[in-house]
Design a protein. Structure first.
Length: 106
């Protein structure tokens, strides 16, 4: 019973983290801040959901496969985010800066 409750808490938390990333992607002003919002929440969302599913699976081969999926996502998601940001920078996409933060006074 305790494992089921903990598993559902992790699954719902992972879903909420995914929704928070989607809201961040919708609300933030430029590519780089959107990429940051989705890159961070993507890894957290995957960790929580896969951990919740692993608790549901118990000590089985399925739980081991879920752990391997998490390890793969843990390394590839930040690498993909970095590659996207690097490609955007080399492509000439500049970050949107606030005029007060950039030191430009009106």
């Amino acid at each position: 019973m305790i494992i089921d409750v903990l598993s559902w808490i992790l699954l719902v938390s992972g879903g909420l983290a995914g929704i928070a990333g989607a809201v961040g992607m919708h609300r933030f002003p430029d590519f780089y801040s959107r990429l940051h919002a989705t890159g961070i929440t993507d890894t957290l969302c995957a960790m929580l959901i896969l951990l919740g599913l692993g608790l549901q699976a118990g000590l089985t081969l399925a739980a081991f496969k879920l752990a391997l999926i998490f390890v793969f996502l843990f390394f590839t998601s930040p690498t993909a985010s970095h590659a996207l940001a690097n490609a955007a920078m080399h492509g000439g996409l500049k970050p949107k800066l606030d005029s007060a933060a950039a030191g430009n006074k009106p």
